[in-house]
Ligand binder design. Sequence first.
Ligand SMILES: NC(=O)c1ccc[n+]([C@@H]2O[C@H](COP(=O)([O-])OP(=O)(O)OC[C@H]3O[C@@H](n4cnc5c(N)ncnc54)[C@H](O)[C@@H]3O)[C@@H](O)[C@H]2O)c1
Length: 338
Amino acid sequence: MKISVFGSGGWGTAVAKLLFENGHDVILWSKFEKEVETLNTLRENPLLKGVIIPSGIKITTNADEATDRINFAVIATPSFAVAETAALIKNKLPRDCIVVCVSKGIEKDTSLRFSVILRETLGDRVKLASLSGPTHAEEVGRQIPTACVVASEDIAIAEQVQDVFMNDYLRVYTSTDVIGVELGAALKNIIALGAGISDGLGFGDNTIAMLMTRGLAEMAELCVALGGKKQTLAGLAGLGDLIVTCTSQHSRNRRAGVLIGKGVEVQEAMRQVGAVVEGYYAAKAAHELSHKVGIDMPICEEAYKVLYEGKSALSALKDLMSRSKRQEWDSGEENWVG
Ligand SMILES: NC(=O)c1ccc[n+]([C@@H]2O[C@H](COP(=O)([O-])OP(=O)(O)OC[C@H]3O[C@@H](n4cnc5c(N)ncnc54)[C@H](O)[C@@H]3O)[C@@H](O)[C@H]2O)c1
């Protein structure tokens, strides 16, 4: 297959390497000449130290070359650049090309999921899929085993993506719940910021477990309210990714949270992390979406107040602990209650 990966950050680089190792003809596209120069010279991404980019992967800023007769386009930019990148390639993609979005987030200006943005921008000429799961680039780049899920409204498309991505270090499961997979991918980053904040404040493992478990409950509630399936949130794109993002040394969201918990100002914390902190944008989207559909998302809401309204991290944790008493499940014992 001829495949181009759009976005040459840590994840785009790891995905390009994986697809090349799977035997495909791969181009890695970057918006920036300087970045292409660096990647071509070092054959290593400074955001993914120690992972060699095979010489067979062509790296370019030329979008015409990167869209020429491709079978697959992989969108791997940070969330703030997904719409812009889609607009750049919309008239260049071959008809029936499969566009796989591996970015995780919600569009910051509109709170729309990426598949909605991609369909609006690219039209019906292309086929869409979204891939997510516990896949830190630092580990996938080193062929450390993990699994992910690819969702498409058409299961046949998801199966084609599964065939192209799956190998002996990445198991790929399929799903038709695009909403669940995309929301799981975006929302877990907010909980990871919260877990980091808790660590930065000096709280313990119990606190992290509480934030993860109750965070998953509110993620699932929003997902169902927006048309996704609860069980998707119990899978790789929900619980799986939540565990890794809240606990891993590689998680930028967690690292940003730790700094904020220690008292570093929010913008400065993100600057120090030095790569995209998607939970920052997702917190604003979750705030807007949950208010729109009338869902209570206490952890995401407190994260929003810390990130956007200057609330102190300690007051946010205290306010979470002193919420009114609840039962853990609704009266039918079927649904988590936020
Ligand atoms: N890093 C991971 O382990 C990982 C794993 C799975 C999913 N993701 C998701 O993939 C997406 C990209 O993550 P990343 O880790 O590669 O981010 P990153 O911070 O490493 O990406 C930085 C890169 O984004 C590109 N970029 C910046 N502005 C751009 C623009 N306006 N247009 C096009 N490209 C632009 C540049 O090439 C830059 O080097 C995010 O949504 C992230 O949540 C990341």
